[in-house]
Design a protein around this ligand. Structure first.
Ligand SMILES: NC(=O)c1ccc[n+]([C@@H]2O[C@H](COP(=O)([O-])OP(=O)(O)OC[C@H]3O[C@@H](n4cnc5c(N)ncnc54)[C@H](OP(=O)(O)O)[C@@H]3O)[C@@H](O)[C@H]2O)c1
Length: 281
């Protein structure tokens, strides 16, 4: 019986379902969710490390075929190798989201390898400045707004023709708690993350007639290289005052899978705080 179950389990893997053995899936409640995204395709920016990588792993565990991406080829290769090594259906390509030709390549890769796209998760974000908002150069403003705010919209505009003919398509943006509670010396970044809350609302209204939902993940302070770089500048006390504790990247992943799934079919335009506490009314 064990051998039989194992062979059925491998058949399921071939259909891009989770690598959880069939017996476990049948017997557990989580089993019902483990194929919640089966046959779906997810494109995720900034997904070779940190929050994006945790989301990529979770969507793939939940049955999706995932296209990971980031600026550096070696990071893409490593992320793809790790996730494929776990039996997950993952491919990848280089995509600096601020570069038009890279966005085109990401779309082409998803279409070539997966034949379409159901979900876009925009995780890539940068913060090159810790300092005064009014002291920021035009170059810094352009970089932060280009990567954090404009790139998700420009990438989605390229993917839209391929998403609107699929049933249950959805987009998840990634903002930050600093959108609600600004941290001193991160003014330009804070502003870009507040803009994403508005982008989520506008796109949700605009894309509703096409059946595409748009929501936004709003993380607190998550233990990644990004936050380590930021706390190097003496901001730890300000960041700590926002929250009860720092989070793990995996704590951001389940909610994104839910937002993509049909369980969230009536949820759009929502900004969801994942931060041990929410400052929202
Ligand atoms: N960590 C936190 O506490 C926290 C809190 C709230 C919001 N966020 C947001 O969450 C997102 C991810 O942050 P993280 O903490 O997971 O960072 P991270 O661990 O430093 O990972 C960043 C990922 O994005 C990629 N990346 C960076 N710039 C990119 C670009 N221009 N185009 C495409 N990919 C790019 C990186 O790979 P390459 O180097 O290969 O490009 C890497 O895969 C960001 O938008 C950040 O603002 C983070």
């Amino acid at each position: 019986v064990t051998a039989m179950l194992r062979s059925v389990s491998w058949t399921f893997r071939g259909l891009h379902c989770s690598s959880v053995p069939l017996s476990a899936r049948v017997n557990s409640k989580r089993a019902d969710r483990s194929c919640a995204l089966a046959e779906k395709v997810a494109v995720i920016t900034g997904s070779t490390k940190g929050i994006g990588f945790a989301i990529a792993r979770r969507l793939a565990q939940d049955g999706a075929h995932v296209v990971v991406s980031s600026r550096k080829q070696q990071n893409v290769d490593r992320a793809v190798a790790v996730l494929q090594g776990e039996g997950l259906s993952v491919t990848g390509t280089v995509c600096h989201v601020g570069k038009a030709e890279d966005r085109e390549r990401l779309v082409a890769t998803a279409l070539e390898h997966c034949g379409g796209v159901d979900f876009l998760v925009c995780v890539a974000g940068v913060n090159p400045l810790v300092g005064s908002t009014l002291g920021a150069s035009e170059q810094v403003w352009n970089k932060i707004l280009d990567v954090n705010v404009k790139a998700p919209a420009l990438l989605l505009s390229k993917l839209l023709p391929h998403m609107e003919n699929r049933k249950g398509s959805s987009v998840v943006l990634v903002s930050s708690m600093v959108a609600y509670v600004p941290v001193p010396k991160l003014g330009v970044y804070n502003t870009s993350k507040t803009a994403l809350l508005g982008l989520c609302k506008s796109l949700a209204v605009e894309l509703a007639p096409k059946g595409i939902r748009v929501n936004c993940l709003v993380p607190g302070i998550i233990k990644t290289d990004f936050i380590q770089r930021t706390t190097l500048h003496g901001l730890r006390p300000q960041l700590c005052s926002l929250l009860f504790r720092f989070g793990e990247p995996e704590e951001c992943a389940g909610i994104v899978s839910f937002l993509c799934s049909s369980d969230a079919s009536y949820i759009s335009g929502e900004n969801i705080v994942v931060a041990s506490y929410s400052p929202k009314l």
